[in-house]
Design a protein around this ligand. Structure first.
Ligand SMILES: C[S@@+](CC[C@H](N)C(=O)[O-])C[C@H]1O[C@@H](n2cnc3c(N)ncnc32)[C@H](O)[C@@H]1O
Length: 642
């Protein structure tokens, strides 16, 4: 055994031990090819390498399983077989059917269900839909769960239903989302289940069993084992349909052929004689009994001498009474031997032990036959069939025994040659059969590869189409984004423009302008504010106005600001004494106005601060506020109620 064969054995053993699936009964060459196919897909060169991969990737088992089990099938596959099933087998079965009993059909190795649904359509056509639903059960089994899943869905593509005649397609299928779905009512009578033909007990009391294009994947020994189970499954007179490359092999005796070409056979009833038994019965059929007429002794002696069969007669006392010419020459018997006790003569034990047989024959009155007795005559080996028969007179009194030596040498030699030729023929037939099966499996593998390629092609095409659509979608999204971008850019320009415009307004105002939000955080602080209070915008933006350290008692503004923010005042004018950034006392008029949107919701407040000459003179009389006293006492605010 080569290393590669040993590795494949180890792999098969691994699958058996770890996955409970036994591939040892499958044809080796096919198995090897299928595993190698999968390995090729993974870029692996040896079975050992693949086994390592299997051990690490348990999900690989399903893929391998799918590669090994070839699910090629079709509706009405091999149409002439279905013509016979529809035209002869089903009508006969229905004619024999006993009312009250179900009609049980089994599609073994049903793959994706096409064969089972073909059977359903034929039975429904023959019986009518209602009686079909009432009486027929179709069991459809396979070891491949995935194929069974597809079968249960009963939805097929346009290509898959090609074999269905148009009128049946119209009647039994419904088009749903581009698929052809088998009619539910009829579908219900088809029961799918996982069943391993090698290991599981067969379904029983089956009237019609189809096991097509499945046996051929197994080696001869496994095929014989499966056939025994199928034979057991069938009722007496049940019908078995095999694939066109499959035969009954060793089980031919249990079946009688109905259509040899289409491999359709009927199981013989259990108590019916086998073919061999029937042949024996035929050979032993009674023939006309033409009894010899009473003729004179010399005539009888002469007649006895004339026959080419050696014959001796022994009387009731055990004495050699007569030996014909052929016996005398063959066994060297002389005239002196006549009248001698038979046990004293060589012929009594050579070429075959006759003494006991003669005694038995005389005692029981029943003949004894010795077959294949060899005797060399003049150095030439010859074979005899020795018949020891009782001789009884007309009144039933035993007279003695006749020993006839029928020379079967020619027949024996012919038989030997025939057997040899037969064996050669059988070997040639087996080789032919196995070549035929091999061709069929290769054909199925090819078909499956073609289907796989077609599927891959379709998948590629669909992936391509998907990519195309994705590309188009991306292109359109891109265009949308570009438009949005343009819009954003335009808006941004507008905003910049508006901002610049606002900024220039703010900066053009002579007073200080401060804008705060509803949380009192500074949003805008214009140059006027920086000029007045000495803080730059960067120092105050985002800070609470009440916390700013400037020469203004901002606390005094808290109430008017709140009043504007909560909408109770439309404006508040608050005069406050303050100190500007140069430390001079100023009188500051703060006008607080709410900041509103167009819809009048309040976003914050605008504080306009205008500094005037301080009320308290600093004494230098120039009135510019330098050195003036600063009063922190705020004047009461002037407010406008809403
Ligand atoms: C080529 S398909 C035949 C389908 C259908 N009978 C036909 O002739 O169109 C062979 C089927 O036998 C199934 N098979 C292989 N080994 C099996 C086993 N041990 N027990 C049951 N089915 C098996 C496979 O799964 C596959 O579906």
């Amino acid at each position: 055994m080569s290393q590669s064969e040993a590795d494949l054995d180890t792999l098969v053993e691994h699958l058996k031990r770890n996955r409970g699936f036994d591939f040892t009964g499958y044809k080796r060459a096919s198995l090897e090819r299928r595993v190698a196919k999968r390995m090729q897909g993974l870029n692996m060169a040896t079975f050992a390498e693949y086994l390592d991969h299997l051990e690490v990737h348990p999900e690989e088992f399903v893929i391998l399983f799918n590669t090994i089990l070839i699910n090629v099938t079709a509706f009405f596959r091999d149409p002439s077989t279905w013509d016979v099933v529809a035209g002869t087998i089903i009508p006969e079965l229905l004619a024999r059917h006993q009312p009250g009993l179900p009609i049980r059909v089994w599609s073994a190795g049903c793959a994706s269900g096409e064969e089972a649904y073909t059977l359903a359509m034929l039975f429904a056509e023959a019986m009518g839909a209602e009686p079909f639903r009432e009486h027929v059960k179709i069991y459809a089994t396979d070891v491949d769960e995935e194929a069974l899943g597809k079968a249960r869905q009963a939805a097929y593509t346009e290509r898959e239903i090609e074999g269905v005649p148009p009128e049946l397609l119209e009647k039994y299928f419904e088009r749903v989302d581009g698929r052809f779905v088998f009619q539910k009512d009829i579908r219900r009578q088809v029961i799918f289940g996982r069943h391993d033909l090698i290991q599981d007990a067969p379904i029983s009391r089956v009237d019609l069993l189809t096991c097509r294009n499945t046996l051929m994947y197994f080696n001869a020994e496994t095929q014989a084992r499966i056939l025994s189970r199928l034979q057991f499954a069938l009722n007496d007179n049940g019908v078995l349909v095999l694939g066109r490359a499959e035969t009954l092999m060793t089980h031919a005796n249990a079946f009688t052929p109905l259509d040899v070409k289409r491999r359709i056979s009927r199981r013989l009833p259990t108590n019916a004689p086998s073919r061999r038994e029937r042949l024996i019965q035929l050979a032993q059929a009674p023939v006309d009994d033409t009894r010899p007429k009473d003729i004179g002794l010399p005539l009888r002696t002469a007649a006895l001498d004339a026959v080419p069969t050696a014959q001796i007669l022994v009387d009731a006392a055990g004495t050699l009474a007569l030996a014909n010419e052929r016996a005398r020459s063959l066994f060297g018997l002389g005239a002196t031997d006549i009248g001698s006790p038979i046990q004293d003569l060589k012929i009594s034990y050579r070429p075959v032990e006759l003494r006991g047989a003669i005694e038995t024959v005389m005692a029981d009155g029943k003949p004894v036959v010795f077959r294949d007795v060899e005797w060399s005559f003049a150095g030439d080996p010859r074979w005899f069939e020795v018949h020891v028969s009782p001789l009884i007179d007309v009144t039933g009194v035993p007279l003695g025994a006749s020993v006839a030596f029928h020379d079967v040498t020619v027949a024996k030699r012919l038989h030997g040659q025939l057997e040899h030729s037969n064996q050669e023929l059988e070997t040639a037939y087996e080789e032919l059969q196995s070549t035929n099966e091999e061709l069929e499996t290769t054909n199925e593998e090819l078909q499956s590869t073609v289907e796989e390629l077609e599927t891959t092609n379709e998948e590629l095409q669909s992936t391509n189409e998907e990519l195309e659509t994705m590309n188009e979608e991306l292109q359109s999204t891109n265009e949308e984004l570009q438009t949005m971008n343009d819009e954003i850019r335009l808006r941004s320009d507008d905003l910049n423009h508006a901002n610049a415009f606002l900024e220039s307004i703010l900066e053009s105002l002579s007073g200080a302008v401060v804008v705060i939000d509803t949380e009192l955080m500074v949003l805008v602080w214009n140059d006027g504010a920086s000029e007045l209070w000495g803080l730059r915008e960067g120092e105050v933006r985002g800070k609470n106005i009440l916390g700013l350290d400037i020469g203004l008692q901002i606390e005094q503004l808290k109430a008017p600001i709140r009043a504007c923010l909560n909408g109770t005042h439309a404006q508040a004018i608050v005069p406050l004494d303050a100190v500007n950034r140069r430390g001079r006392a100023v009188r500051c008029i703060v006008t607080v106005t709410p900041l509103k949107t167009r819809s009048q919701s309040i976003l914050g407040a605008i504080l306009l601060m205008e500094a005037e000459q301080s009320v308290a003179s600093d004494g230098d009389g120039n009135g510019n506020g330098d050195g003036s006293r600063f009063s922190h006492q705020a004047a009461p605010p002037a407010t406008k109620k809403r």
